[in-house]
Design a protein around this ligand. Sequence first.
Ligand SMILES: Nc1ncnc2c1ncn2[C@@H]1O[C@H](COP(=O)(O)OP(=O)(O)O)[C@@H](O)[C@H]1O
Ligand SMILES: [Mg+2]
Length: 253
Amino acid sequence: MLEIDDIHVNYGRLQALRGVSLTVAEGEVVCLVGPNGAGKSTTLAAIAGGVTPHAGGIKLQGRGLIGMAPEAISRLGVSLVPEGRHVFASLTVAENLRIGGFQRRDRSGAAADFERILSHFPRLRERLQQPAGQLSGGEQQMLVIGRALMTKPRLVMVDEPSLGLAPLIVDQVYEILLSLRQSEGLTLLINEQSSKRVLKFADRIYVLRGGRIQLHDRASNLQDGKAIMEAYFGFGEHPAPAAGSVALGGVAR
Ligand SMILES: Nc1ncnc2c1ncn2[C@@H]1O[C@H](COP(=O)(O)OP(=O)(O)O)[C@@H](O)[C@H]1O
Ligand SMILES: [Mg+2]
């Protein structure tokens, strides 16, 4: 569905992406993991048309996206849920959701989607007339995901959904995302700083650091977490210490 081929993005003289390639197949849940500043948000912004790579290619179902306006990319079925849970705090939950569909021309379709989306988020349905600013962090995360669904996307990209949420709430958010994949036929590309949850929920994982993909594999092949940690922190880039020079709880013989 999505094919990113060796993209490079600069902010002025800072090289944020130095050759990122990744693919997402239809129906997959792919997670992009990496430390702060790795280039995760920039990668999603490049897909959504928010920044323009100066080299490389991005294709959605074979169609080149680089140079297209964000609105045009959105109309192709790509939706980005930015980091930070930006709700319109003084508007109600219902109004926040409807804003997601305001660009749509099919009013009756949007109304039907509003109901269907709410069926995935019982907590939001209970709070439809409350100002969004009164919701908990987890509820706000669900609201921004629900709002993104109002554009009828096929590829949903979520930037750091678990940031600042309690582990139990993070699990709930992921369980909803996975159930949406099933029932709405969504494809998901999710950024995370921590690999913990991602190992449980992703089909495949890419580790990004310093603007480069350091590792990618099926989550099932990464379960012990060791390879991810090495890629994440960059162990193994320096010469290994001489044998015997470090004792990590080992017994001298
Ligand atoms: N709008 C911007 N202007 C200048 N530098 C930026 C901007 N956005 C991000 N950067 C820099 O680009 C690099 C990658 O950032 P980002 O994609 O936000 O990483 P991540 O999402 O993995 O934390 C970082 O060094 C960051 O400081
Ligand atoms: Mg980020």
